[in-house]
Design a protein around this ligand. Structure first.
Ligand SMILES: Nc1ncnc2c1ncn2[C@@H]1O[C@H](COP(=O)(O)OP(=O)(O)OP(=O)(O)O)[C@@H](O)[C@H]1O
Ligand SMILES: [Mg+2]
Length: 221
């Protein structure tokens, strides 16, 4: 399979501290990747770099056809249309009900409202949230918001899903619903990158592990 992400001596920094030191790694199209490391090691920082929120401070970062070091605003929004992102703090739109939040990527893609609504209900059903469709984010528990955010990130068949701690804080049942969604997406060929402290012990499908330690990214296997 082709390379979807190429990080070549990539470094990432916030003003005065270098969080990721020159590291090289690739992600192939169709990979299921866990990005691991202790709290503060830089998992979220790498996820942010992959959707262009943080620019490389050194080296190279290619995602698909896009060079994230010198990407224009319009190309960046094009790239993001092909990504499904689960943020560590969910980022649901507070003024929109859950159904409309989940519809968002479809509306951006130009899908008509009825089709978008139907598909969003189906995805809410998959994460056992269809009964909350007309509620607003603040009316949901943290775990419910997390599951809605995951439905939103998977609904438009993105090329790659970037999920930042998608199952932390979920009980076993909700965590397995969420992991099942990712596994199903991966079977459709969608590349999955999950930032997580740890890997579920019963995880049965083939995966890769990129581990951050002391600022460097290593492949563990
Ligand atoms: N906006 C920022 N400005 C300056 N430093 C930051 C910023 N965001 C994160 N950092 C620092 O970068 C380091 C890595 O943070 P990051 O959020 O990537 O860690 P993480 O591995 O995702 O941790 P966690 O498991 O707690 O989510 C931390 O030391 C953090 O303090
Ligand atoms: Mg984080």
């Amino acid at each position: 399979m082709g390379k979807l992400v190429i990080a070549d001596n990539l470094s990432l920094r916030y003003e005065n501290s270098e969080i990721i030191k020159p590291s090289s790694f690739n992600i192939n199209s169709g990979d299921f990747v866990f990005l691991t490391g202790v709290s503060g090691s830089g998992k979220t920082t790498i996820i942010k770099s992959l959707y262009g929120e943080i620019k490389p401070s050194g080296g190279k970062l290619l995602v698909g056809e896009f060079d994230l070091k010198n990407i224009s605003k319009s190309k960046l929004s094009l790239l993001r249309k092909h990504l499904g992102i689960v943020f560590q703090d969910f980022k649901l739109i507070p003024e929109w009900n859950i159904l409309k939040n989940v519809m968002l990527p479809l509306l951006i893609a130009g899908v008509n409202k009825t089709d978008a609504e139907n598909l969003a209900m189906e995805y809410l059903n998959r994460v056992k949230l269809s009964h909350k469709a007309d509620k607003f984010p603040e009316e949901l528990s943290g775990g419910e918001q997390q599951r809605a955010a995951i439905a939103r990130a998977t609904i438009h068949n993105p090329v790659m899903i970037l999920a930042d701690e998608p199952i932390s804080g979920l009980d076993e049942y909700s965590a397995s619903l969420v992991m099942d969604l990712f596994i199903k997406a991966n079977r459709l060929g969608i590349t999955i990158v999950i930032a997580s402290h740890s890997i579920p012990s019963d995880f049965s499908i083939n995966f890769r592990q990129l581990h951050i330690e002391k600022g460097y990214v290593y492949e563990l296997s």
